[in-house]
Design a protein. Structure first.
Length: 263
């Protein structure tokens, strides 16, 4: 693939996902060895610009389904597709805002309709609910499942205690309180880059090579044994055949580790 004057344009999560899809296809049809695929995929998930992605896919034959993607066709990198993408985000945000507004202005009780919490829209919905319930977005640990969430947060008025909760349309105590160690840290869910994480959630089954897979849990936590590291998000995907894969990223969407299905 020839270098272009547009190669320095910043890549989006969807562009990195497209590149990983091409690398997956190249592995499947024998263009790349397993070692080459692993190395290139890891680099692709950290790529900042199209120039970096070009170097990873420039010698590959491209699947027809991705031939018109921005990461392959330089002309499309500044095309109206960017405006379409932005418009989709605006429409999605408006839809989620409408749901949240309806929730705030009606007494739906426990039968409240909850979107799939392992999607970008579901994450946005849950964080709005969480903020409205507690007045902040602080947590010790959070697990999002399609229909519910479980989380720990510091006890009100007692920094040495942590309380567990369940959310399934309502917030309920779940289990007893536990003692927090002196070095246990909380994190702020309000610092999560929701747009970046939404892109990763949407592309996770393809990135992790789990055909027809779906995100089954999104876990927010400090990694065990990590004294100085930042909080992370683990995205786990599974399909009906039991094939699984997961990735670990930062709250800004920066990938740390990728563990695709190796079957």
């Amino acid at each position: 693939m020839p270098r272009t004057t547009l190669a320095g344009i910043r890549a989006r999560d969807s562009d990195r996902a497209d590149a990983c899809g091409m690398l997956d296809a190249a592995l499947a049809d024998g263009q790349l060895s397993a070692e080459e695929h692993t190395s290139r995929t890891s680099t692709a998930m950290r790529a900042k610009t199209f120039d970096e992605l070009d170097r990873l896919i420039g010698d590959l034959q491209i699947p027809s389904r991705l031939a018109a993607s921005p990461v392959v066709s330089p002309r499309r990198r500044r095309s109206s597709r960017r405006w379409v993408y932005a418009a989709v985000l605006v429409v999605a945000a408006a839809a989620v805002g409408g749901i949240a507004g309806a929730v705030a202005n009606s007494d739906l009780g426990p039968s409240k309709s909850v979107p799939n919490l392992t999607t970008g829209a579901g994450l946005h919905f849950f964080l709005d609910e969480y903020r409205a319930e507690y007045g902040d977005t602080v947590a010790d640990e959070l697990g999002l499942y399609p229909a519910h969430a479980v989380f720990d947060r510091p006890s009100a008025g007692n920094a040495l205690q942590s309380d567990s909760y369940l959310y399934d349309g309502e917030f309920d105590d779940w289990g007893s309180s536990s003692t927090r160690s002196d070095d246990e840290k909380s994190f702020d869910l309000g610092t999560v880059d929701q747009v970046a994480i939404a892109g990763l959630l949407a592309g996770a089954p393809e990135t992790l090579r789990v055909p027809d897979g779906a995100v089954e849990i999104v876990s927010f936590r400090y990694e065990p044994g990590s004294d100085d590291g930042p909080p992370t998000i683990s995205i786990h995907v599974k399909n009906a055949a039991g094939h699984t894969g997961h990735m670990v990223v930062g709250f800004d969407g920066e990938p740390f580790d990728i563990y695709p299905y190796e079957g």
